[in-house]
Write a protein of this length. Sequence first.
Lengths: 177, 182
Amino acid sequence: MYSKKHINNKDESQNLKDLAPNLSEINRKNPFIVPDDYFDKLPSIIQQRCNEKTGKTSWTKKINFILRPQYYVSISLAVIVIAFILISKHNSNTQKILIASNNIEYYTRFLTDEDILEIGDFDEEILTETLVNETNSNEEISYISENTDYKNISADDIINYLSEEDNNNIDDIINEF
Amino acid sequence: MNNYSDKELLELFHKKDNKNYAFNLLVRKYQKQIYWHIRKIVINHDDADDIVQNTFIKIWKNLDKFREDSKLYTWMYRIATNEAISFINKNRIKSLLSFTDFESYFSKSFTDDNFFTGNEIQKKLQKAILKLPQKQRIIFNMRYFDEIKYKEMSEILNTSIGALKASYHIAVKKIKKYLTEY
């Protein structure tokens, strides 16, 4: 009696004959061949490759992998997109600065120096303190004194300046000196 | 002659000292089946040679992790199929970028390849098989030439038996039509 496998195979080959007679008549012999001794040498070639020190991929291999042709297009596109974004950002910042500076000029062109100082709420105390703390070298002091035009500062200027300070009594100052 | 069963080869492989020896036996046992399976997919001997080596290297690297929830042979066949498909897909992308026709690459292999000795009708059959979609071509080769059971094929290709049978049936009809027309 035929086994189930035999019957199934027979069914299928019969099916093939019915379905595609020309196909069923073609010799199923393998039409491909290999070089002589190919299968004799293959195991040792494979073993050798398996036993090679895999370790870390060398940098040349990494570069060669990246430089494969199929990556040229995608890398080029990526570079173009990144360049476009950076240029857009830079232009945007430059424009903002220009706009800002233009606006400042537009709004401040009618203001006097005093107006600007008031707007800025400039605190001379902080400036003086800062200058005093930072001006601790003789070179800096001598520079300031050399570049300050004391001749054009009148006594009235000094008195006016001092009297503008809060709680300054000019008579007290004069008596002291 | 290699008389070790898959189970014995695996046991031998897991022993550190016998790893290389076990693997060598494994390669000798399955090299022809794996090679011919790949060769029928990629046609060209040099390409098949590269892929079969890569397949066995992958097997070497992953054999420790093989969980034996499928047959060793099925697992190896699956790796070989995936490697062959990856090769084809990579070359398809390459040809797309270089604006060349990849499909004609296979056909050329019959005329240029010194390792094809079939007659005209066999050449015609191979060209007809090349016309099939990739997976259908693999299914046809495995069933028609290798006579692999549908159950095993299902495990290798991760496809249901019904789908495999249907695919094979359609492949036969298409090949029949091609052989009739050309």
